[in-house]
Design a protein around this ligand. Structure first.
Ligand SMILES: Nc1ncnc2c1ncn2[C@@H]1O[C@H](COP(=O)(O)OP(=O)(O)O)[C@@H](O)[C@H]1O
Ligand SMILES: [Mg+2]
Length: 398
């Protein structure tokens, strides 16, 4: 089953990373891009996903994305939805003037945030393991991106929260009076309560699916998601309750904040707990999980992200798999592929260092074969075949 999906039909890159000029026409089923290290595979994934979030999924600053020695990069994609409607999304950045220009069908949106999440895409990358193994900031970043793209109003609350937090921290550093500081508290509490409620709701809605996926992929142990927050531990379910809890926390930490000169309560200190069952107890996957279990956790989170896109936008995401199978043992790879196949999916673009690392769907002229067919459409569904391309030095050929 492949319900409503958005597909990328055409991609154009100019002076993006190691691509001087690249034009691709993508089949609806997707493409496998095979190439050595350093050939530009991740750069290509980065470019496609740039049109979803208008920044690098690797966290690279925009100026790094401009091809060495050039002045500006340009990315343009054409996307077709299930009704056949086409949208053109383009982005350009010029470091010298620090201008980023985003257009939708040639028009600049009123705010950049209006153009966020237009494609509905998910990137799977080996660096995702950092979401599990890294510090709380990595997990907050994951939550913030997923919620910004899928929950209306979240990104606005997040921007407001960060703005007030910066101001409040500056006031604390300047050792202003309590009355001046209080002027910032309510803004922090209001925006913060919205973040807390949306995060708590997302975790509550997806925790059991996460557990299910973790079990299915990993076959060694079970795990669940838990939201840790200053304002949610009391079971705050509404914004008003979260605001009350946050106000109380702020009052409690006030003396320490004065000493330290920094805001010590609020959703900028939240964490998304990944808790693994160990006998009677739950232990942190971050501290106690094996490498394989941590990778399983990361992939389960990305699959939950794909579910979130489907639930929020009613369509299957464009799936970008950057070098993921090379890192996984065959059992895990096979089970992930089965999940893709069972769940249905949109277009898939997959990168790998070697042809043999991925058993792909039908090649032109070749019969459907192999147990690990990457979950790509079977020939009998009548869906176009998956393109198979080689990449070297920022150039793509058959
Ligand atoms: N701004 C840039 N201009 C030109 N080349 C770049 C730029 N940024 C990265 N590169 C080059 O891109 C290559 C890495 O590409 P990447 O997509 O990460 O490779 P891989 O195929 O291993 O995923 C390196 O050779 C690097 O020098
Ligand atoms: Mg790479």
């Amino acid at each position: 089953m492949t319900s409503a999906a958005v597909v990328c039909t055409e991609l154009l890159l100019r002076n993006f990373r190691n691509f001087e000029e690249l034009r691709l026409e993508l089949p609806p089923a997707g493409a496998a891009i095979i190439g050595d290290n350093g050939s530009g595979k991740t750069n290509l994934v980065e470019a496609v996903y740039y049109l979803e979030i208008f920044r690098s999924f690797r966290g690279a600053p925009d100026e790094q994305l401009v091809r060495f020695g050039e002045d500006v990069f340009f990315i343009r994609g054409r996307f077709r939805d299930a009704t056949g409607r086409e949208t053109e999304v383009a982005a350009a950045y010029e470091p010298r003037t620090r201008t980023k220009r985003v257009t939708l069908d040639g028009n600049e949106p009123a705010r950049l945030s209006d153009a966020l999440g237009l494609l509905g895409a998910v990137v799977f990358s080996p660096s995702d393991v950092q979401i599990v193994a890294g510090g709380p900031g990595e997990r907050r970043r994951f939550l913030d991106i997923v919620l910004s793209l899928n929950v209306p109003g979240y990104v606005t609350a997040l921007q407001r929260y960060r703005h007030v937090l910066r101001q409040r921290n500056a006031m604390l550093r300047a050792e202003v009076s309590g009355a001046v500081l209080e002027a910032f508290d309510e803004g922090l509490v209001q925006a913060g309560a919205r973040l807390v409620v949306d995060r708590a709701r997302w975790v509550a809605e997806h925790a059991s699916r996460f557990s299910e996926l973790f079990r299915e992929i990993g076959d060694d142990g079970s795990a669940t998601l838990r939201y840790h927050s200053d304002a949610a531990h009391a079971g705050a379910a509404t914004e008003a309750e979260a605001a009350t809890a946050l106000r109380e926390r702020l009052a409690r930490v006030a003396p320490r904040e004065r000493e330290r000169g920094v805001t010590l309560a609020g959703p900028h200190r939240d964490d998304l707990g990944l808790i693994m069952a160990a006998g009677e107890h739950g232990v942190d996957l971050r501290q106690y999980g094996s490498g394989g279990q941590q990778r399983t956790g990361a992939i389960a989170l990305r699959l939950v992200e794909a579910d979130t896109i489907l639930a929020a936008r009613g369509r299957r995401p464009l799936v970008l798999l950057d070098d993921v199978f090379a890192e996984l043992d065959p059992g895990r790879s096979r089970r992930i592929i089965r999940l893709f196949r069972e769940g249905g999916h949109g277009q898939v673009a997959l990168t790998a260092p070697k042809d043999t690392d991925v058993e792909l769907g039908p090649r032109a002229g070749a019969p459907w074969s192999g147990p690990a067919a990457a979950g790509l459409p079977r020939p009998e569904t009548g869906v176009a075949e998956v393109a198979r391309w080689r990449i070297a030095h920022g150039r793509i050929g058959a």
